[in-house]
Design a protein around this ligand. Structure first.
Ligand SMILES: O=C(O)CCC(=O)C(=O)O
Length: 275
């Protein structure tokens, strides 16, 4: 599936962009499926927001018990001061997580496709297994920032093996908050580890003081819908807020190698799906 040149580029840069790897029809099907989940979601059933900004906040039970479920999380700016939604429900959801790959037929078929499996194997993931899936809306005007991070923070294993599969369901541009990665590749060791303790308290533990790259030095990945970006667990990346009037839907999978030891301190302990 991947050429030697693509594999070398991934090894060197820590990421690889596979342009329009999937069709517009496939993207429409995933988008429709995500929209159906939101249509069925009762917005009064939770007020759980997803934010990567406030580190003091411990994750709530709605989040911590979502590893084997399909749940909607709100954008931080979805509510007004009175706690009411400021816009339509469909424009208020930050993401759906975290077991779409197991529970929703369209996402299950996509996630377990030969294409995903072959790419995972080509990237060196022996016995690839999916731990998590997310549908990210990056809503117009209120789509929140995703701060600089490395995905191995959340999917720690010995040795590290997590690879993120990030699929553009819609065109991603600088204006609507595309993914931005450290240019020149991953060159800092793991900076943070997200720990879940037996009492279900959580901690984002800092492992060293090397700063994140400057936002200005990052490489924005402006990509067309159907493009798949794969990147390793040490690659620093972020996305800026979406201040535009266009959404930027994406679907992500976090895949590790089943031969590595997945940490029991990781927040998500749901049984992974072998590819
Ligand atoms: O889609 C985004 O804005 C960021 C996603 C991300 O950082 C991740 O999946 O690790």
């Amino acid at each position: 599936m991947l050429t030697t040149e693509q594999k070398n580029s991934y090894q060197q840069n820590g990421y690889l962009v596979l342009e329009q790897c999937f069709s517009a029809e496939q993207m429409s099907e995933l988008k429709q499926s995500a929209n159906n989940i939101v249509a069925e979601f009762d917005p009064d059933s939770t007020r759980s927001v997803f934010s990567t900004e406030d580190h003091s906040k411990t994750r709530d039970d709605y989040f911590l018990s979502s590893g084997d479920k399909v749940r909607c999380f709100f954008e931080e700016d979805a509510f007004n001061e009175q706690g009411a939604l400021q816009q339509d429900k469909a424009l208020s959801i930050n993401k759906i997580g975290h077991a779409l790959h197991q529970l929703v037929p369209e996402f299950k078929a996509f996630s377990h496709s030969d294409t995903i499996r072959d790419i995972a194997l080509d990237l060196g993931l022996n016995r690839p297994q999916i731990h998590q899936s997310m549908y990210i809306f990056k809503q117009p005007k209120i789509g929140g920032v995703i701060r600089w991070h490395q995905d191995a923070t959340y999917f720690y294993s010995t040795p590290l093996s997590v690879v993120t599969f990030w699929l553009a369901v819609e065109d991603a541009t600088i204006q609507n908050g595309c993914l931005q990665v450290q240019s020149g590749g991953a060159d800092i060791p793991l900076k943070e580890q997200f720990l879940r303790y037996p009492d279900d308290s959580t901690e984002l533990k800092t492992l060293h003081d090397i700063p994140w790259p400057d936002d200005d030095s990052a490489k924005p990945l402006e990509v067309k819908k159907g493009t798949l970006v794969v990147f390793n667990g040490l690659l620093p990346h972020f996305s800026a807020p979406n201040l535009s009037d266009k959404s930027r839907h994406a679907f992500t999978l976090h895949i590790t190698c089943a031969d590595t030891e997945y940490a029991k301190e990781n927040w998500l302990q749901a049984t992974p799906s072998l590819l």
